[in-house]
Ligand binder design. Structure first.
Ligand code: ATP
Length: 471
């Protein structure tokens, strides 16, 4: 976020020298400086902190309040309050965890007196550090997937990040993504929990067009999850275009003006030629010019799109088995179904007993919310839908079986899981229910899970026992 002044001074070690103790934590060295804060590497020197793996694995974020105008001090305090309130109530593998918070009492060191210290999990670097070199398409897919997992969790829990950008997308030592910097997080309110009110701050390059004109009320400016989706679109563009913004201009203000020209229909969206076709389409959806046009593209639906795309874009040895599966499906199609759909054979296993059962308790037809895919009979890969291995885990690349399904396919169903991972389809239909379906003979497993949003049928089948990781 943009602060009003660099309050930290030129040398962060002047503020918090190595060896400085904050309760059970000790400062090791500075990591970086933001608009309002300096961040230092730190270590635990006393006792034990749950979930802190190594003794040097924390970051101490210091927000000084000394020397600020009352207005600035209020902003810093509000930023810290948001981070703390959010950090205390949330825990997810894709979010940087808050471990401790303090307000320093240092009457003899005026710069530090009253400073707020947040102790957090420490990352190795940020996504910003990857932009110059660029990433491969596969690596980009993994990074975007993990960003979307974090965003989907935030949005599901009723929060908007409000300052998503490569600097706030941190990479852990093992390369995994965690979102950070929750100083502008906003809780969704309103009758349906659709919007909240954020302070009029943020990073110009990542603000959606509607934010430039949003009226500032007593509670702040209105913000919705679609603001994070816009920021995600800019971030994906930067990721595949070596850090370039999709909007022209030498300064953030100029790029902001270009953003508004586009939103007003006075300029087209010009995405960099470096973006591969799938990512062009996805980025364009994230950068839909209005909240209403962007709203169907939720973090959850983007996650499903990337997962499906990655599952079709599999290594050659897996692809061969998928092709074999498709050939088998194609012959069944001819034999059984005049409209290009498949009726899968059903012999595998009875869910409750594990014994083979000839007749499944129910059948469902696959429904594809993409209208353009419904009339097709060619089983085109772009129109295929995935099945999950574990319906309680995020629907990501490593949670999709190799066998694909298409609109109209008829599947044998054993049971229904009412509360799995919530899924939102392209038409914005929500459901946390899943059906356990049998896979055709020869598939690499006997069963998989179809999200209930992918069928219009409601067969009367028993509730499933808790799923095992093998599905
Ligand atoms: N948990 C962390 N682990 C490692 N580095 C971190 C961590 N949190 C922040 N940093 C790094 O410290 C620097 C400043 O942090 P941060 O952006 O949170 O401060 P800020 O004042 O809120 O910044 P901004 O004004 O950009 O929002 C950044 O370079 C960031 O990558």
């Amino acid at each position: 976020m943009h602060g009003l002044a660099d309050i930290s001074g030129d040398d962060p070690t002047e503020l918090l020298p190595p060896g400085y103790r904050v309760a059970r934590w000790e400062v090791v060295e500075p990591i970086g400086t933001g608009g309002w804060a300096t961040v230092h590497a730190g270590r635990l020197v006393e006792g034990h902190a749950e979930g802190v793996p190594g003794e040097e694995s924390v970051a101490l974020k210091v927000l000084p309040t000394a020397g600020l105008s009352p207005h600035q001090a209020r902003k810093v305090a509000d930023t810290a309050r948001r981070e703390v309130e959010f950090g205390r109530g949330s825990s997810h593998p894709r979010l940087i965890r808050l471990l401790d918070t303090f307000v320093l009492a240092e009457p003899d060191r005026p710069l530090l007196d009253g400073a707020i210290v947040l102790v957090m999990e420490r990352a190795g670097r940020s996504l910003r550090d990857l932009l110059d070199a660029g990433v491969s398409e596969a690596e980009g897919a993994r990074l975007v997937t993990e960003i979307c997992e974090g965003l989907a969790h935030l949005h599901r829990s009723g929060w908007v990040h409000g300052d998503l950008k490569p600097d706030n997308i941190l990479l852990m030592a093992d390369g995994s993504v965690k979102l950070s910097d929750f100083g502008l997080v906003t809780q969704l309110t309103g009758t349906h929990g659709t919007h909240g009110y954020a302070p009029p701050m943020g990073t110009f390059d990542y603000l959606p067009p509607e934010r430039w004109r949003a009226p500032l009320g007593e509670q702040g400016v209105e913000i919705r999850p679609s603001a994070d989706i816009w920021a995600l679109g800019i971030t994906i563009h930067e990721l595949f275009a070596s850090g370039a913004s999709p909007f022209p201009g030498a300064t953030p203000m100029a790029r902001g003006a270009a953003t508004q020209e586009y939103a007003d229909g006075r300029a087209p969206l010009r995405l960099d030629g470096a973006l591969p076709p799938f990512w062009r389409a996805l980025t364009a959806d994230c950068l839909a010019p209005t909240h209403a046009a962007r709203a169907p593209h939720t973090a959850e639906s983007l996650l499903a799109r990337v997962a499906e795309r990655t599952a079709t874009d599999v290594p050659p040895f897996v692809r061969a088995s998928v092709r074999r599966g498709r050939r088998r499906a194609a012959s069944l199609t001819l034999a059984v179904c005049a409209v290009g759909a498949t009726v899968w054979p059903h012999v595998e296993h009875d869910t409750a007993s594990g014994a083979p059962s000839a007749e499944p308790p129910g059948r469902i037809r696959v429904f594809n919310a993409e209208q353009s895919c419904r009339g097709r009979t060619d089983r085109n890969a772009d129109c295929s839908l995935g099945l999950a291995i574990d319906p309680t885990r995020p629907y990501t690349v490593d949670n999709v079986v190799a066998t694909r399904v298409w609109h109209g396919d008829e599947l044998a169903v054993d049971c229904r899981l009412p509360l799995g991972m919530p899924i939102i389809d392209e038409a914005d239909t929500h459901s946390a229910a899943w059906y356990r379906v049998r896979l055709p003979r020869g598939a690499d497993r006997t069963a998989a899970w179809l999200p209930a949003v992918r069928t219009k049928d409601r067969p009367s089948v028993p509730d499933c026992p808790a799923p095992t990781p093998t599905g």
